[in-house]
Ligand binder design. Structure first.
Ligand SMILES: Cc1cc2nc3c(=O)[nH]c(=O)nc-3n(C[C@H](O)[C@H](O)[C@H](O)COP(=O)(O)OP(=O)(O)OC[C@H]3O[C@@H](n4cnc5c(N)ncnc54)[C@H](O)[C@@H]3O)c2cc1C
Length: 353
């Protein structure tokens, strides 16, 4: 049993299975609807139902108020259809996005590596190859996990059956705790992807700044390797990476070598809490401090890609805006967990909410 939905103003029509959410069906048909938390908490995927009826599922009353429900609004990540429907969504044209349908892949853990004391490198061999744009993420799950968790792809596209994830342990977190404590080479997992709109706007010729914190290095690694090694991109590319201590700095040698090999690539690691024994001679402070110092506080005529924990992203947006770089040139991937998914997915400093 399924129902037909039409998405306006695109005029796109597709089938939505019984119990399938509107968002899931759209993404599986290669149609991007804005979304963030995926669990009815943040409200990013709010759409207007023009015709037909929906069931609201787990939409939180804060993300979707009673008045909005009465006005025919729903959250696409939770809403299921009760009949054929017409829905209006706010969809930005994105010329650099390749419409790759969301798919499910079976996979097996091929390798596990302690990249830092808190970040695990997880390599998965998929049964079938996955197509994705560098910077995108996947939803990872395994038998017994109540709902999947989002992790960005750390490898560049190309090795279609092999994917790499960098997974930071969240204190008290069920899924990341499992990855760090119990996951073993050979275990079966399910990967759904690709997801997200965090990818390089390659059609724009401006120099690129990547700013990452913690396991937020995953997406920039994929994007930078794709630009330098696959595309042979010659634009200036700068990676500012913030970690707490020397032991939390990972892929360090790889990025140092990449900067030696490519004259257009700069790598600026910064430690916020360097210990005396690590004899650190590089930048100190947070990633946004290192970015300000490196660019002398002037970010004009760049494209910036920010990836990592929400507080780091907000500090970086503030620093970039003070340095005259604004919303249309800043792209973010916030590593939200269940604890912060109910908070604003977009920066309050951005106008296009
Ligand atoms: C697009 C995207 C990409 C991401 N990519 C990466 C990546 O590449 N690498 C990476 O390390 N992380 C990434 N993340 C973050 C990652 O998805 C989370 O860290 C992960 O989902 C945490 O799962 P968990 O089960 O371990 O913890 P959760 O179940 O999310 O719990 C985390 C903590 O919050 C508490 N908590 C749970 N629910 C609530 C609540 N409602 N209110 C208050 N507290 C609560 C829990 O007790 C626990 O302490 C990404 C996130 C997004 C959205």
């Amino acid at each position: 049993m399924s129902h037909t939905v039409t998405i306006e103003p695109l005029g796109a029509r597709f089938e939505v299975a019984e119990g399938q959410t509107l968002l899931d069906a759209a993404l599986r048909h290669g149609i991007y609807l804005p979304h963030a938390c995926g669990h009815g908490l943040c409200g990013t995927c709010k759409v207007q139902v023009l015709e037909g009826e929906v069931e609201h599922g787990d939409a939180s009353p804060f993300a979707l108020m009673d008045m909005e429900r009465d006005e025919g609004r729903c959250l696409a990540c939770c809403a299921t259809l009760l009949g054929d429907a017409v829905v209006e969504a706010d969809i930005d044209e994105e010329p650099d996005q390749r419409p790759i349908p969301l798919q499910d892949f079976g996979g097996r853990i091929a390798a596990l590596e302690d990249l830092t004391p808190t970040i695990k490198g997880v390599t998965i061999t998929l049964d079938d190859g996955i197509d994705f744009q560098a910077g995108q993420y996947v939803n990872l799950s395994w038998p017994g996990l109540a709902h999947p968790r989002a992790f960005s792809l750390a490898n560049p596209p190309g090795e279609a059956k092999l994917i790499e994830l960098n997974i930071r342990r969240v204190p008290g977190g069920e899924a990341t705790g499992h990855v760090h404590e119990r996951l073993r080479v050979g275990d079966r997992v399910t990967v759904s992807g690709p997801l997200g709109r965090f990818f390089v706007r390659k059609s724009d010729p401006k120099p690129l700044i990547f700013i990452a914190g913690g396991s937020g290095l995953s997406s920039p690694r994929s994007m930078i390797l794709d630009l330098l090694e696959t595309d042979g991109d010659t634009r200036p590319i700068t990676l500012i990476y913030g970690a707490r201590s020397r032991s939390e700095l990972y892929y360090h040698r790889d990025f140092v070598e990449l900067a030696e090999r490519y004259g257009n690539f700069r790598y600026v690691p910064a430690l916020s809490e360097p210990t005396p024994d690590c004899a650190w001679e590089g930048a100190t402070g947070f990633a946004n401090d290192a970015a300000r110092t490196h660019f002398d506080g002037d970010f004009r005529n760049h494209k910036a890609y920010l990836c990592g924990p929400p507080p780091m992203i907000e500090s970086c947006i503030r620093t970039l805006m003070k340095g005259r770089l604004f919303e249309k040139d800043i792209y973010t991937e916030k590593f939200l967990s269940a604890a912060d998914a109910s908070q604003q997915a977009r920066s309050p400093l951005f106008k296009n909410l």
